[in-house]
Design a protein around this ligand. Structure first.
Ligand SMILES: [Zn+2]
Length: 153
């Protein structure tokens, strides 16, 4: 399994201090495509990546950079379907005390997955009535993006 340390070997210029990488190795591959994009862009980098409510959240510099919006939402969605422990296909789960996490069956500690309908879709809403929808297909792991024409600036 690819580890966070591997990311520091491959993308040192776009990564923050190690203690701003607050997630487990299973999500390394979820984050990697964004790091590749940041490296190619050249003038942007990751400020923080963390687990929150069972999904990966990232902060970038410059903040809210529209160029990376799709990648940021896609990784957030993919993380819900990737075991944070081992990187295998997983599902979003919620313990009885409300704690949410993404895990495969093996790392689920017996917690049942949430219904697919609760986790496979993210709707992004911007200013001026702009929106975009990201939908995860659990069969092939692809994310379909839909948004109104003329959304790009
Ligand atoms: Zn696992």
């Amino acid at each position: 399994m690819m580890t966070i340390d591997d990311l520091y070997r491959d993308y040192p210029a776009v990564l923050p201090n190690r203690n701003e990488m607050r997630f487990l190795d299973g999500w390394t591959r979820v984050l990697e495509p964004l790091l590749r994009e940041l490296s190619e862009a050249g003038n942007a980098y990751l400020v923080m990546a963390k687990e929150k409510f069972g999904e990966m959240r990232v902060l970038l510099s410059p903040p809210g950079d529209e160029r990376f919006r799709d990648s940021v939402e896609c990784l957030r969605l993919r993380s819900r379907f990737t075991c944070e422990h081992c990187g295998k296909p997983g599902r979003l789960r919620r313990r009885s005390d409300g704690w949410m996490f993404a895990a495969c069956d093996e790392h689920s500690h017996g917690v049942e997955p949430l219904p697919l309908s609760a986790s496979r879709c993210i709707r992004w809403e911007g200013t001026g009535g702009r929106w975009r929808t990201y939908e995860y297909d659990e069969r092939d792991g692809q994310v379909t993006i839909t948004g109104p024409a003329g959304d790009e600036q």
